[in-house]
Design a protein around this ligand. Structure first.
Ligand code: XIL
Length: 358
């Protein structure tokens, strides 16, 4: 299903013709005094980009980088062993190209979206062949376009104390902990210029489980760095339940360790889970913004993240109600724009930590 294959050249030509790129160049940034701050971006859905002009406009106006929310997951691009279906990812890549937006890739190894045919693999040799073959095809296709990849996503179990080491799924079952360096090395081989990210959730809160998760993530990162595996950054997903306190000391100590390893930090999937907050919209939006501010300022004091992406841009399209519906039945409000694309207080907080869009 390779109906449209954007080449680097056509994509870049499209970007320049759209002219956004020139206005967004480094000198413009330096002149605006914002060079040290993160780029802002959001996860996007191809169908909404195509069918909802207000949404596409909001993305175009506010984002400097985007990431497909689902379009690069195994379940989408690998419906069966023989097929690669890049329809959704290409649509999003073409949009980024036209507007001169950066593009991130999510994700190459994640338990959460495995097709049954791949999950059924049992042999080590076959697992390595399928995993590295997938990474080689997908990463090289978008080389030069996708400049940053979530290579491994969520390798740590919910509670690392309650289970053994790594989250169980096909790659950890067949390859053990080696699946992580195997995936990073394959990604680097396919695009030596790409920034390679290890992405996790639930590392920012008060409590023993979260400390164990920070320790486990540091252990993986250190193992990779010590053995010369190409790892460039840690991605903090930052799906933040508003009723959970940020562990300021714990998170900052963790980030100092990350810095000591010379790794960058990205905020990759920020949103605020508002299921526990009062229904009143003003109160709720204020609390959502405060939650994000507490997190971002804690991170920023130790390491300014190189990018801050929210997981969606508008409350019109958010994954949050799939898992965190409100008991009062009101729609969730986790994102920087409301369902009518109006900026909420969360957007103002994000703007304090990011460069302006243009
Ligand atoms: C979610 C998407 O937002 C949903 O639309 C999809 O159905 C399931 O996955 N952590 C991740 C993301 O790394 O890939 C998840 O995205 C949200 C949690």
């Amino acid at each position: 299903m390779t109906h449209f294959r954007p080449t680097r050249r056509t994509m870049l030509a499209g970007a320049l013709a759209g002219s956004g790129l020139l206005a967004r160049g480094p000198s413009a940034l330096a002149a605006s005094g914002g060079a040290a701050r993160a780029v802002y971006g959001a996860a996007v859905r191809g169908d909404a980009l195509a069918n909802d002009p207000a949404y596409a406009k909001a993305i175009a106006e506010r984002c400097r980088t985007i990431v497909p929310e689902g379009g690069l997951k195994w379940a989408v691009i690998r419906p069966n062993r023989e097929t690669f279906d890049f329809t959704e990812a290409d649509r999003i890549a073409a949009f980024a190209g036209r507007l001169g937006l950066g593009l991130r890739g999510h994700t190459l190894a994640w338990y959460g979206a495995m097709p049954a045919w791949a999950e059924a693999i049992t042999s080590r040799v076959e697992a390595e062949r399928v995993l590295t073959g997938h990474i080689e095809t997908v990463v090289s296709r978008y080389a030069g376009l996708i400049t940053s990849w979530d290579v491994v996503n969520e390798p740590i179990p919910d509670d690392p104390a309650a289970s053994e080491g790594l989250r169980p799924f096909v790659w950890s079952r067949t390859l053990g902990a080696d699946y992580i360096p195997i995936a990073f090395r394959a990604a680097a081989a396919a695009d030596p210029a790409a920034r390679l990210v290890l992405n996790e959730y639930d590392v920012e809160f008060v409590g023993a489980r979260f400390q164990r998760r920070r320790d486990a993530l540091l252990g993986i990162a250190r193992g990779l760095v010590d053995s010369g595996v190409p790892l460039h950054a840690i991605g903090l997903q930052a799906h933040l339940p508003a009723d959970r306190a940020i562990d300021r000391d714990g998170l900052q100590a963790f980030l100092r360790e990350i810095r000591a390893m010379n790794l960058d930090v990205l905020v990759t999937e920020l949103d605020v889970i508002d299921a526990s907050l009062p229904g009143d919209v003003d109160t709720r939006d204020r609390r959502v913004a405060e939650t994000a501010r507490a997190f971002l300022s804690t991170v920023h004091e130790v390491v300014p993240p190189s990018a801050i992406l929210t997981w969606g841009i508008s409350d019109r399209y958010t994954w949050v109600p799939m898992y965190f519906t409100r008991s009062d039945g009101l729609p969730n409000r986790p994102l920087p724009l409301d369902a009518t694309m109006r900026a909420k207080p969360l957007m103002a907080v994000i703007e304090q930590f990011t460069r302006r869009a243009a």
